[in-house]
Design a protein around this ligand. Structure first.
Ligand SMILES: Cc1cc2nc3c(=O)[nH]c(=O)nc-3n(C[C@H](O)[C@H](O)[C@H](O)COP(=O)(O)OP(=O)(O)OC[C@H]3O[C@@H](n4cnc5c(N)ncnc54)[C@H](O)[C@@H]3O)c2cc1C
Length: 298
């Protein structure tokens, strides 16, 4: 049962393949884009029994070919704001893309700009997805820059959590189940703009060299079984470049799966599960998916 439809934007039987980085996945029964927080609260309070899935930029998800039951929520444009709230903090909407935030901080005409968050530029997700995943690279993770977050619980109640209450862990967090990150306060510092711009461009250069970022991919497929690296294990069992249908482990970075043709979600899931099995048989290590697999089988 959906609330009165004039509040927010609804699309029915919405194909998710066009939104996901892997370019696979069936339809969402309903896609809901609230224009503002009141619409989202109204929705959560009205649709208590409908299954709901919050998604950001879909850069870390594998949506199965049968699509997603219930309502997929994507935060609209009004959840992409940035406000400087002190010398050392900004409040950012959870729907903002990491790369857009980096463009924003360097767009000032001043000699100085805020920095300390440059590592997020190469992570192609939103602030909300980055917090949920505790995304990170080059020695820094969201946990190092988040001061606090505002979330909506599944009953529509607003709650603020400081960093220690978020339960950040390696590529994950312990946010309350089905909660939605609405905004975050990030810790920043003042730097010479030239230094921030150079750092951002170095990071982008490094990524182009080491990762297939122009491909249809969802980034690292498996968590690193620390201190080991997932790519080394995949390589060791001979799965660099291995294929199932249109899904392949990248030759360039073999913990990345890429869509080389008309892959299906099943191709990706099967390929990943073969790697898990081979690595387990070969090394005794049980790799864990970093990509979030969701939805119905076709
Ligand atoms: C080319 C490429 C490179 C990548 N490199 C890195 C990297 O270096 N480091 C790294 O850590 N990751 C990397 N990733 C993976 C991915 O970009 C990150 O995990 C990213 O933070 C996911 O954000 P998203 O907005 O796309 O989330 P989605 O993929 O849409 O969702 C991921 C999870 O977050 C949840 N979620 C999304 N938004 C919210 C919200 N507002 N509130 C609560 N939960 C939410 C979803 O339910 C889902 O469980 C890479 C991916 C690609 C395609």
């Amino acid at each position: 049962m959906l609330p009165t439809l004039e509040k927010g934007e609804y699309r029915f039987n919405h194909s998710m393949a066009s939104s996901t980085w892997l370019k696979v996945g069936g339809v969402a029964d309903v896609l809901f884009k609230p224009h503002d927080i009141n619409e989202l609260i109204h929705f959560l309070q009205s649709c208590t029994n409908t299954p709901k899935t919050i998604l950001g930029n879909c850069s870390n998800v594998l949506i199965r070919d049968g699509g997603i039951e219930g309502v997929v929520i994507k935060l609209g444009r009004n959840f992409s704001t940035v406000d400087r709230i002190s010398d050392s903090a900004i409040r950012v909407g959870a729907g903002m893309l990491n790369s857009t935030l980096c463009q924003h901080i360097t767009s000032t005409k001043n000699e100085n700009c805020i920095g300390g968050i440059e590592f997020i530029v190469g992570i192609p997700g939103t602030i909300g997805g980055g917090i949920k995943m505790n995304a990170g690279c080059y020695g820094k993770e969201f946990k190092d820059i988040v001061h606090s977050v505002d979330i909506l619980l599944e009953d529509g109640t607003m709650k603020s959590l400081v960093k220690d209450e978020i339960g950040f862990k390696y590529r994950g967090s312990n946010l309350p189940q089905n909660s939605i990150v609405i905004s975050a306060v990030l810790e920043v510092s003042e730097h010479k703009k030239e230094d921030v711009v150079n750092k951002i461009s170095d990071i982008m250069h490094l990524r182009t060299q080491s990762q297939p970022i122009k491909e249809r991919t969802a980034g690292s497929t498996f968590r690193n079984p620390l201190p080991l690296k997932a790519w080394q294990l995949i390589d060791q069992v001979g799965m660099r470049g291995a294929r199932v249908g249109g899904a392949q482990f990248s030759e360039q970075h073999c913990n990345f799966m890429i869509n080389i043709g008309n892959a299906t979600a099943r191709d990706f899931e099967t390929l990943g599960n073969i790697a898990i099995q081979k690595v387990f048989e070969g090394t005794g290590i049980a790799m864990q998916w970093e990509i979030k697999i969701m939805g119905r089988y076709e």
